[in-house]
Design a binder for this molecule. Structure first.
Ligand SMILES: CCCCCCCCCCCC(=O)SCCNC(=O)CCNC(=O)[C@H](O)C(C)(C)COP(=O)(O)OP(=O)(O)OC[C@H]1O[C@@H](n2cnc3c(N)ncnc32)[C@H](O)[C@@H]1OP(=O)(O)O
Length: 219
């Protein structure tokens, strides 16, 4: 399967790249939020655009041929820095940082104005996005990975912008299908709940799935 890349990067070098990735994505995330909230006039917008275009040109000096993909390192670690939810190099990602406990996975993340749907509330699609990744990564961490086959989300109450907590656990495994349940909690109350069926695709059954099961890390 293309997009899965094996690398051999020394730990110090990896740590440095990781720091660089987080720093540039953090700056652009700030820029996104500032763009959503700005009230400045035409001349400030024109000046800001000039600077943003200059920054884009600098980043374009050296680019990957396509998407970041999923990268496995020789030390057994794994990176999905372009991932839309977790990607530390992706300013669109909140980013979500997952904490894996023996029987469940959780995250706490701040969702600001860039994630708005209804006024002052988190967009339902953003919650589904986060739940998809949270539930999928939970299955993966438990050694029963798969692609999302089905994701059902029940929005029980509105989720205000701000801090949310996500939690998920594997409910059961039936052959190549892993059933995972999860919740989004906001201000101490469950605002959304989900059940996902994650299916190990045909191409990943056998040897490939051993590699996927053994790799650890982000994404
Ligand atoms: C790999 C590591 C990744 C690791 C990735 C970890 C990160 C996850 C987080 C990110 C999640 C995503 O965004 S994933 C991206 C969004 N999802 C996708 O793009 C998936 C697109 N769909 C597919 O690729 C495929 O349709 C699959 C993989 C879902 C299933 O195809 P398949 O591999 O041919 O499966 P197949 O043998 O036919 O069926 C196996 C069993 O699953 C059932 N089944 C088939 N499709 C579905 C379905 N949509 N919902 C429910 N159940 C289904 C069948 O009835 C059968 O049940 P039985 O007869 O055995 O009872």
């Amino acid at each position: 399967m293309s997009g899965y890349i094996q690398e051999d990067i020394a730990p110090e070098e990896l740590a440095q790249r990781s720091e660089l990735a987080s720093s540039i994505a953090g700056s652009v995330r700030e820029l996104i939020e500032a763009t959503v909230r700005t009230e400045v006039g035409a001349s400030d917008i024109a000046e800001a655009r000039r600077l943003i275009e200059a920054a884009t040109e600098i980043l374009r000096k050296d680019q990957l041929p396509g998407a970041y993909g999923i990268r496995f390192n020789s030390d057994g670690s794994k990176r999905s820095w372009g991932n839309a939810v977790l990607g530390r190099r992706n300013p669109i990602a909140p980013p979500v940082v997952l904490h894996h406990e023996p029987d469940h996975t959780w995250t706490e993340v701040e969702l600001g104005p860039a994630y708005e749907g209804p006024a002052g509330l988190v967009h339902g699609g953003v919650l589904a996005l986060i739940l998809d990744q949270l539930l999928g990564s939970t299955a993966e961490f438990q050694g029963v990975p798969g692609m999302t086959g089905t994701l059902n989300v029940r929005y029980r109450r509105a989720t205000p912008l701000g801090q949310i907590r996500g939690e998920a656990r594997v409910d059961r495994v039936e052959g190549v299908k892993t059933f995972v349940r999860g919740t989004i909690t906001s201000a101490g109350e469950v605002s959304a709940e989900a059940e996902g069926i994650f299916i190990l695709p045909k191409w990943a059954r056998g040897e490939v799935s051993d590699v996927l099961r053994k790799s650890v890390g982000e994404g």
